[in-house]
Write a protein that binds this ligand. Structure first.
Ligand code: SAH
Length: 220
């Protein structure tokens, strides 16, 4: 089957599974997922599965990327903060929908590769990437209208720094839960009086970890 045919089959599957936002479907259609997966998995790039990207991390399942992006309800005026750049796939999908993406990854080697793909292969320029601990957010660029976290938050509350960096009216979409089996996507909306919380669907994400890995220091 050709890449185009595989992609069309994936898009039909996303539609049947509840992705109804045409802008989100359009962005997924325009970002070639095969650019973001390691060579040995190229033939599986358009299957609806997470795939390993090195450093024990994964590129998320397309359905999860699509549903989280839809839940984030992004428009072209928004500044979006992403925690967990990984392969750069989710960041690229977001870049098609918003004004600018600020993306943070704690593994510098993954970040460098993601940035290279986005710039050199996809010619995406409306993003800024940082190797750092994303749990601290990006205070110099705050506030953000939208925040998406693509690694599972272990505690019952989202990272305080990220909540502080949400604009009023802003939305954060984040997987929450202590156990791998017990995670859910949660959507927080910041109002004048505090935070509204909506529990969405169950998921499985790699954990959100504090600090930088010991063998990879920021700026190295
Ligand atoms: N959005 C990615 C999926 C990444 S998997 C994609 O589209 O491919 C989650 C990523 O979060 C991993 O790369 C992991 O290293 C990163 N991560 C985990 N904790 C982090 C933290 N505190 N700050 C920044 N990145 C973090």
């Amino acid at each position: 089957m050709s890449t185009d045919a595989r992609k069309i089959r994936l898009l039909m599957h996303l539609r049947r599974s509840g992705v109804s936002d045409h802008r989100v479907l359009g962005a997924i259609e325009r970002i070639p997922r095969d650019v973001f997966v390691p060579k040995q998995f190229l033939d599986r790039a358009y299957e609806d599965i997470a795939l390993p990207i090195g450093r024990g991390q994964t590129i998320s399942q397309p359905l999860v990327v699509a549903l989280m992006t839809q839940a984030l309800s992004v428009n072209d005026l928004h500044k979006v903060l992403e925690i967990g750049t990984g392969s750069g796939y989710q960041a690229s999908v977001l870049a098609k929908l918003c004004r600018r993406v600020y993306t943070i990854e704690r593994h510098k080697s993954l970040l460098d590769l993601a940035q290279k793909r986005m710039l050199e292969e996809l010619h995406i320029y409306n993003f800024t990437a940082l190797a750092a601990d994303g749990m601290k957010g990006w205070p110099e660029q705050a506030p953000f209208e939208r925040i998406i976290v693509t690694a599972a938050n272990r505690g019952k509350e989202p990272p305080a720094a990220l909540v502080d960096q949400m604009a009023v009216g802003g939305i954060m979409v984040i997987p929450m839960g202590d156990e791998k089996r017990n995670q859910r996507i949660v959507r927080f909306t910041r109002t004048e009086d505090g935070l509204e919380r909506e529990e969405l669907w169950p998921v499985r994400f790699v954990p959100l970890l504090p600090d930088m890995p010991e063998d990879e220091v920021a700026g190295a």
